[in-house]
Write a protein that binds this ligand. Sequence first.
Ligand code: B12
Ligand code: SF4
Ligand code: SF4
Length: 413
Amino acid sequence: MDAQREISEQRLKYRDILYGDDQLGPFPTQLLKRVPRPTSEVVGPIERRDPRESVFARSARGDFGEEIQRQFRRMTGRYPLGAALVDLQRHIAAVSTKRVEVAPRRAPIPRDPRVLSRHLKSLGYFLGADIMAVARLPQSAVYTHRMNGEPIDARLRYAIVFVNRKHEPTIRASNGWEQIVDPASFQAYQRLALQTEVAADYIRRLGWAAEPSHMYDYLTLMPQILLEAGIGEVCRMGIVLNPFLGTNFKSACVLTDLELETDGPVDFGLQDYCANCDICARQCPAGAIARGEQVVHNGYRTWKLNAEACSRFAVLNKEGCVCGRCTKVCPWHRPDSEPRDFAGWDGGLDTLHRSVDAQRRRLIENDCVDPLERTHKWWFELDELPDGTLSLPSDRNTHKVCRRHPLAKEPCD
Ligand code: B12
Ligand code: SF4
Ligand code: SF4
């Protein structure tokens, strides 16, 4: 059978899902308003970054002193569930070093970029992702080096983006800075690593170059890619907020030179929303989130996070493991954001903003304490000591943090 006839036959076979417009994943991302450029203004060249200069790498290196270095090294493993997740990480890292070669001959599949994008997004949903999107890869989002010092060549043109929600009932039941927070992130990171490793392996078998970029081997800085792929807009926290998930997600991507259709950036009015809201900034126990206006940083306008203050709190917090209080209290993180809540949604921003405003009122009325906190808490509070002994957590922060007003000197409850 000649290649052309084979492709026409495939077109007949897959016409419904791959050639149509049906929604592919659980959320109606196809209804979001697409715009030519991200809503974050770029005013100058964006320099590529080196992950070895991030606050995490610097904490591990000891740039912020011995205490931070020591606490950073045992951060996630201080809690037995975190330690179990860290154990699995070694196996995932071993998988990620074993990459198959790109097949010498390209597979007899349609070459239509739209069909291929729909195919690869469907693959992502099959592997368990919550949202999939495709972006033209901004070269400035590719790190200069891997963590091991190897220089990265930024030649691949597309990024297939994988988004995994952090386990919603758990995040809802936590106050944002307790022991479960980092395990909730690690659980999402591990799923993402497996999804992107499998997808990249598959694309190589089809005959195209593909490189996964995930927590165990980042090639890219994710937020700019998330913006270009239309996963969301940059919020006051300085990271990307998705209209369905808020910031309660983790992400990874597969870089490829397979010609794909891209999704494009979105605008759902977040720049104005965040300009008139500062709940995350007021609720950040480290005072790390900007309360004022956007500033220019590395060639773009953004609300600049005090990364050192955030990381310091996350590492030294004795009453929890890392922190995600900002994610937890943002009104875009709301109870009516399950896929079923968007079943009849027509893409109208009024409906979307009404549900966010309702959550904002609930938060303000309850002083940002979710009624489900405590009642839905399923995890045990335990500390794992370096010799493996488990004990009830006894360490306390030097000043007890108030759950309602984290920046206050004394707790009110
Ligand atoms: C190091 C790191 C941190 C550090 C330092 C971050 C920093 N700003 O320097 C600390 C400890 C503070 C941190 C905290 C958190 N992080 Co973090 N972090 C990372 C990591 C591993 C590397 C980022 C990095 O290299 N930063 C150093 C330099 C490059 O930072 P920067 O120049 O200031 O750029 C920052 C922003 O301006 C923005 N950005 C970058 N380029 C561009 C370009 C444009 C045009 C714009 C508008 C913005 C933008 O992204 C950077 C975010 O760190 C990334 C993973 C990744 N590969 O992207 C996750 C990542 C950014 N973190 C993430 C999350 C969710 C968190 C937390 C909520 C923790 C949690 N519990 O889950 C908090 C949120 C804090 C906050 N309000 O932002 C997610 C964000 C996803 C999203 N929604 O966009 C990421 C992408 C992880 C992932 N795989 O999904 N993190
Ligand atoms: S993760 Fe915690 S410390 Fe960091 S910015 Fe968010 S609320 Fe603040
Ligand atoms: S809490 Fe308010 S200011 Fe902060 S990211 Fe959410 S909407 Fe924006």
